[in-house]
Design a protein around this ligand. Structure first.
Ligand code: F6P
Length: 427
């Protein structure tokens, strides 16, 4: 991936980063890289994620999914990092069939999805690192019962991706289900380039080997300077802008196929860096669509954010038929891709024009290697930012409080006294 941070410097942006500050920050990047390098060398918890391009065994993934590759549909049951990496890949890349994800507890969505699925031609990949996540286990039990109600042997269609212990591992052992291991020492949000993110894609014919090759190329770019490492340039500039008031990072890909990538990045950033009162709020947006919904705020609202554009330089295109419509002459002879690119560059300029910091992340085209590089690059960027923030990048303790209370409520616990209520209703 390429990064252009020019529109985040103080020559353009306010808040912007002075070049001499960036040079000084580069000294901290060099120290952070040494820490990251040591963590990778020792396969330390969390840092181990940056070793995945060398560690992931795509042949073993192919072997495990081989019995399922005739499936026309893959239903992945997981949540957070156990779904978003896989969804990023199958939403971005060509697949041999349909990919669906049950990554929420929404009875209407679950019922509607299951009503439409031909379970005989559907492979099930149940993914949970802990094997104890309520949403994932609940959805799995519901789906399993539907298989049984329809007389389809769910055990013939199910792959499990989980850790060495937990309810899901127990269920897999009880029913002798094929199990793929989750990578040791890799938090869920960093596991896209492992069994967790690659298995569902492999079932659907995605070139997972090229995904890993692209990640490996980004891994090889890691160095002691943000000026030589796109991933570190991104991690450093988002950190530096946050320190100067950019409290939100609007991730705005200009490709429908990358919309889920923005969702994946939101978890990666928020769950890794949102600690000790620090962190940058990830906002998901989509170009060109959100020029017609959020751009007004970005250009004329508070300069309290940065916008990260994600753009592929090349890709499929569609010619626009010549228009006889007055005022639309500028479309004559143009294509949808040219219109999109003109709008992307105009939006980038529109924000620079008012000093709203923005960064351009570019890939050559949306293909397996580029997506692998983008995923790896953003993981490395987040690890670097975590070193600069000085936070515990690889844990997520804040998510546990709500889980415990939800469990207590389901067990008939008392209503919460942390919340207050002031209901306003129509008479
Ligand atoms: O893979 P698991 O253990 O089901 O966890 C799913 C998700 O839940 C979290 O642990 C947060 O609750 C995420 O970090 C993780 O990606």
């Amino acid at each position: 991936m390429d990064i252009d941070i020019g529109n985040a410097l103080d020559a353009v942006a306010g808040p912007g980063v002075p070049r001499d500050s960036l040079d000084r920050l580069d000294g901290r990047v060099a120290e952070a890289h040494e820490r990251i390098d040591r963590g990778m060398a020792d396969d330390e918890f969390g840092y181990a994620a940056l070793n995945l391009p060398e560690r992931v065994d795509t042949a073993a993934i192919r072997d495990a999914v081989a019995p399922l590759t005739d499936a026309e549909t893959v239903l992945t049951i997981g949540i957070g990092g156990s779904a978003l990496g896989a969804a990023t890949l199958t939403d971005a890349l060509e697949t041999d069939g349909d990919a669906y994800y049950l990554d929420n507890v929404d009875p209407a969505q679950t019922s509607a999805l299951l009503a439409d699925l031909d379970l005989e031609s559907t492979a099930l990949n149940v993914v949970s690192r802990s094997g104890t996540t309520a949403e994932t286990l609940a959805n799995f039990l519901v789906v399993r019962e539907v298989y049984e109600d329809r007389g389809v042997d769910w055990t013939e269609h199910t792959l499990v991706t989980t850790g060495e212990s937990g309810n899901l591992r127990d269920l897999a052992d009880e029913h002798d289900l094929p199990v793929l291991p989750v990578p040791d020492g890799v938090p869920g949000r960093f596991s896209a380039l492992s069994t967790v993110g690659l298995a569902s894609a492999a079932i659907l014919g995605v070139d997972v080997e090229s995904v890993v090759t692209g990640a490996r190329a980004e891994r090889e770019s890691l160095s002691g300077s943000l000026y030589e490492t796109p991933a570190y340039a991104y991690g450093a500039i988002t950190y530096a802008l946050n320190a100067r008031g950019a409290s939100a990072n609007v991730v705005m890909p200009y490709h429908e196929s990358l919309e889920t990538y923005a969702e994946w990045y939101a978890q990666l950033s928020a769950e890794s860096l949102g600690k000790a009162g620090l962190g940058q709020t990830p906002v998901r947006a989509l170009g060109a669509t959100d020029q017609h919904s959020q751009l007004q705020l970005y250009r004329a609202g508070p300069n309290d954010k940065l916008v990260t554009f994600v753009h592929a330089r090349d890709g499929p295109d569609v010619d626009i038929p010549d228009a006889e419509l007055e005022g639309l002459d500028y479309l004559d002879g143009a294509s949808l891709g040219e219109l999109r690119d003109a709008e992307f560059e105009a939006t980038e300029a529109s924000l620079a024009d008012v000093g709203l910091p923005n960064v351009r992340v570019e890939i050559e085209r949306v293909d397996a290697a580029a997506i692998g590089g983008l995923l790896y690059g953003m993981e490395a960027a987040t690890v670097l930012a975590g070193e600069l923030y000085g936070v515990e990048t690889f844990t997520q303790p804040a998510v546990e409080w709500g889980k415990e209370v939800a469990r207590d409520l389901l067990r008939g616990g008392d209503p919460l006294d942390e919340t207050t209520s002031l209901r306003v209703t129509r008479e």
